[in-house]
Design a protein around this ligand. Structure first.
Ligand code: PEP
Length: 255
């Protein structure tokens, strides 16, 4: 299976931005801009915006996602939201393992694995983030880090369930910094991730897996990054808050 037969996914990660009226306005502007998209479009919004976003996106081609979920179904986990709660609302996607969660909230490969399990069990599609720190790239251990993160996170995920996983390669040094990986760097690591998935699940499953790049992707650099044979879409932070820019990235990914 080549790139053209894989599902391209452009997902916006709004992070901790937008009140409900702002979310409504952003989606109202975005919907007509991406209505002809030739790829899957996703908006991953703050928990407080989910209901508003689901309502605003109803009948459009934009799927709504969350930015995290807990691994238990319910219980004494103050401040947390379960995958089942998300699914019950109509949420379809959830980002798991974002580097900001790993950096600031103690997320580990082990907790990422548990969250992935819970999200799949609840029927969600997971956008699973992996990526190396700058010092790890400089030490020449990008593959080891990204390979380990991928293997641990997918521990216990069946071949059938892999169709509800979107991998996102996000070099930490490129997130929110304006410093994008070169198309070649993104292409190389995405290709490496596919070889890891091939070892785990076989060639057919690996070839069908959508692998995004994320890290300062914008309207200007998207086409070159998305042109790489193993880059099947993008996870977009800053630019997802600007409808025209986000729509330009969607257009670049459309086939
Ligand atoms: C992200 O939050 O996943 C991201 C890639 O952010 P940015 O596009 O702003 O670098």
């Amino acid at each position: 299976m080549d790139k053209n037969s894989r599902r391209a996914v452009i997902a916006g990660n709004w992070k901790m931005n937008k009140t409900r009226p702002e979310a409504k306005a952003l989606l109202a502007e975005l919907i007509p801009l991406v209505k002809e998209a030739g790829c899957q479009v996703v908006a991953c919004v703050p928990f407080t915006d989910l209901e508003t976003a689901l309502e605003a996106a109803r009948g459009s081609n934009i799927a709504i996602g969350a930015q995290n979920c807990h691994w238990e179904k319910s219980g004494a986990f103050t401040g947390e939201i379960s995958a089942e709660m998300l699914r019950e609302m109509g949420v379809e996607y959830v980002i798991i393992g974002h580097s900001e969660r790993r950096q600031y909230f103690g997320e580990t490969d082990a907790t990422v694995q548990k969250r992935v399990r819970a999200a799949l069990d609840a029927g969600l599609t997971v956008i699973l983030c992996v990526g190396e720190l700058l010092e790890q790239r400089e030490a020449g251990i990008t593959r080891e880090i990204v390979g380990m993160q991928t293997r641990v996170a997918l521990g216990g995920v069946s071949r059938e369930e892999l169709s509800r996983i979107v991998l996102a390669y996000e070099p930490v040094w490129a997130i929110g910094t304006g410093r994008t990986a070169t198309a070649q760097q993104a292409g190389e690591v995405n290709h490496y991730i596919r070889t890891v998935v091939e070892e785990l699940y076989g060639a057919e499953a690996a070839a069908a897996l959508t692998i995004q790049y994320g890290g300062s992707m914008n309207a200007k650099n998207a086409a070159e990054l998305l042109d790489q044979p193993d880059v099947d879409g993008g996870l977009i932070g800053g630019a997802s808050l600007k409808p025209q820019d986000f729509a330009a990235i969607v257009a670049a990914a459309s086939r």
